[in-house]
Design a protein around this ligand. Structure first.
Ligand code: SAH
Length: 680
């Protein structure tokens, strides 16, 4: 495509090229779109709906604004409000409704600023709110605002609180855009850390290559065993099953941020906090969350704590996805003893946070380890440490492998080449993914375990025809690090098809299955807002809907163990893939229409989709529901792979005898699944 049309020519044709990874071929391709493509992708992915459904957040922001306006009035001062990061205009409209004398709303994300202008006009406030389409740090008085404001309202926080640059946003506003003694909503934040013992969470952070007990272990070269995954990720902590962790101590306040200038807001700081451990264990990880004071006195607080530390009872806690909790890892797992005291070391800079633990009087040994290649995601690390899954592969594979077997292993960052070598295969050909470092890591593991004569790692180039002709068995988990949706791993089938139909293949087939579900909460992130705190947001909904129709994001990926849902009926196969057959034609489309039967009453608000691989006709692995899935109950989900989810715009009340009809087309050439769902 690039050869037939230069970028300049395409601009004149009002088209843009974007690079797109093709999961089937594993190659990056250029794809032409109309010029609104990027805009639509950005809008469709923006998570404003989730925020706008967060009623607690909305109400507490309004309570903070009301208190601020009341206090200004009591001081006989006017109320000049600045709203930084106005998004859809919500907080500015609240300021107008509560009697502000002037409101300036600033927004740096152009699509949101355009949307805010329309929403504000639709709510009859166009003459009351001045929109400034800039990042606040580029705003100046009197160029953009005639005078400084004396009330700042802003919601520029992410799950890590400061990851969106909140500290410099506040600093700049306090210095350049606000009068002295201004009121800021929120006025302060506290950040909490709770140390935990959890081998489960530990497995998401470090590389281990587990082998079943009967098989000689694979040793990691000394440097690599200390490598870690980037030491942070976000999680819906309240969904983490309680048996997978033990908290070791009370939550500790590590940072207090004063947003209204009573104390200077540091762009970086370092603190050490001594604390007592309540039980014996190992400190594998830290849970982190924060809370906000919405008014100056701290009477109105908003907490992001997980349920066991939350000030509100369980059934009163607001569900939200735009702020979760975060997991951080210490530089190494430290064994701890009940009632002993330890030191929590906490650092932040303008955007990021770092936490560590040490014994009293012994300094923190800074992280001496490097980072794993980015192909090794946290879920990949968990899988490579999961002996029970690996044992399942091992017990079926050992029947297929002897000292005459030449294997083509089609998976990335996988345990399979090592397992196959240990099972006695004559030769294993395997290709590593193209991320920097993954191939080097594999090479060093191969050589450290003296497997260089068994495992042949081939690179960017295709395997030679001669080598191909020797292959007697094709094996895959399958897993590819750039797969996004579950069926993207069908690259295995495409690669397998370069070999003759007569070679043995493992797994022998796959099913893409699905199930109609009722989510407790996840569906809200895509549902129209319509009205928010009395404001009409229909224009925002229609903008999102238009963008979603044009974007690629109808099916999304989520770790469903974090988002509880009830099965409304049994799982059903949507598409079946027979790996014993080859899939040569590039334009091959596999289609199937069917119905997910509904077997209990409920609200249909989602479909979960995942792959089940049939290893050898008897054993299978499911990357979705694990174990029995009773209709009307909450299934348990594979925690190492994400599932695909379809969220309809509207929920529907369903009953037994209803069904959800699906119409699916799978395009082999680019692993694109087009599927529609409707109540029948
Ligand atoms: N205030 C809205 C939206 C909050 S989302 C509400 O409460 O519903 C945060 C918004 O702030 C995003 O739209 C982001 O683009 C914007 N933003 C973040 N930092 C900003 C800054 N320093 N200046 C201008 N906009 C900013």
């Amino acid at each position: 495509m690039m050869n037939s049309c230069t970028l300049g020519a395409c601009r004149r044709m009002k088209s843009v090229f974007t690079s797109k990874f093709n999961p089937t071929t594993g190659k990056v391709e250029w794809v032409m779109h109309d010029e609104s493509y990027d805009y639509n992708q950005e809008i469709a992915r923006s998570a404003y709906a989730d925020m706008l459904h967060d009623t607690e957040r909305n109400k507490k922001y309004e309570a903070g604004l009301q208190a601020a306006i009341k206090s200004m009035r009591a001081q006989g001062r006017p109320c000049n409000v600045l709203d930084i990061g106005t998004g859809t205009g919500l907080l500015s409209m609240m300021a107008v409704r509560n009697g502000a004398d002037s409101v300036h709303a600033c927004e740096e994300f152009d699509p949101a600023a355009k949307c805010a202008a329309k929403v504000i006009a639709a709510n009859g406030m166009a003459d009351k709110i001045v929109l400034i389409k800039k990042r606040s740090t580029a705003v100046s008085v009197p160029d953009d605002m005639p005078h400084k404001a004396n009330i700042l309202v802003t919601e520029v926080f992410d799950t890590e609180l400061i990851g969106e640059g909140a500290l410099s946003t506040f600093r700049h506003a306090l210095e350049h855009l606000l009068e002295p003694n201004s009121i800021v909503v929120p006025s302060a934040a506290r950040m909490y850390i709770q140390p935990v013992d959890s081998s489960f969470l530990s497995s998401f952070n470090r590389l281990t290559l587990s082998m079943p007990e009967t098989i000689e272990p694979i040793r990691l070269p000394p440097g690599i065993e200390k490598y870690i995954y980037p030491p942070l990720f976000d999680l819906q902590l309240s969904s983490l099953p309680q048996h997978l962790f033990d908290v070791l101590a009370l939550p500790q306040i590590v940072f207090r941020f004063d947003f209204c200038g009573r104390e200077k807001l540091p762009l970086e700081s370092h603190t050490q906090i001594e604390f007592k451990v309540d039980r014996d264990g190992v400190c594998h990880a830290f849970f982190m969350w924060w809370d906000l004071d919405m008014d100056m006195r701290g009477d109105v607080q908003l907490s992001c704590a997980p349920h066991w530390e939350h000030p509100l009872p369980f059934d009163k806690i607001q569900w939200r996805d735009h702020w979760m909790q975060a997991i951080f890892y210490p530089s190494f797992s430290l064994p701890v003893v009940q009632d002993a005291r330890y030191v929590l070391d906490a650092k932040h800079d303008e955007y990021s946070l770092d936490f560590d633990i040490s014994t009293l009087n012994s300094p923190v040994i800074g992280s001496s380890s490097g980072l794993l290649p980015c192909a090794y995601t946290r879920s990949r690390l968990a899988m490579l440490g999961n002996v029970s899954t690996i044992s399942k592969y091992s017990s079926t594979l050992h029947r297929l492998v002897d000292d005459s077997t030449v294997v083509l292993c089609v998976s990335e960052c996988s345990f399979l080449p090592y397992l196959l070598a240990r099972l006695g295969a004559k030769k294993v050909y395997t290709q590593e993914c193209d991320f920097v470092g993954a191939a080097n890591l594999a090479k060093s593991v191969i050589s450290y375990n003296d497997l260089s004569d068994k495992i042949y790692l081939y690179g960017e180039e295709e395997l030679s025809v001669e080598a191909m002709s020797q292959v007697t068995l094709v094996v895959g988990e399958p897993y590819f690090c750039r797969s996004f949706l579950p069926w993207n791993d069908l690259r295995f089938w495409y690669t397998r098809s370069r070999l003759s139909q007569s070679v043995d293949v493992f797994p022998i087939s796959a099913h893409l299955v699905g199930m109609a579900v009722q989510f407790d909460n996840l569906h809200k992130i895509r549902q129209p807002v319509k009205e928010c705190e009395g404001f009409d947001l229909n224009l925002y909904d229609s903008m999102i809907e238009r963008s979603r129709e044009k974007s690629d994001d109808r099916l999304e990926q989520h770790s469903l163990w974090e988002y509880p849902c009830k099965a409304l009926g049994p799982l059903k196969t949507i598409l079946e893939f027979d790996f014993k057959q080859t899939c040569h034609e590039a334009d091959h489309v596999i289609s199937h229409t069917g119905i997910f039967p509904i077997e209990c009453k409920g609200e249909w608000n989602g479909v979960a989709l995942w792959m089940i691989y049939n290893l050898d006709g008897e054993n299978s692995v499911s990357f979705g529901v694990e174990g029995d899935c009773k209709v009307g109950s909450y299934p348990s989900w594979n925690m190492e792979r994400k599932q695909a989810v379809y969220l309809p715009i509207k929920s529907s009340t369903v009953k037994p005898s209803d069904g959800i009809q699906f119409d699916a087309d799978y395009h082999v050439a680019d692993a694109d699944l087009r599927v529609t769902f409707s109540v029948s």
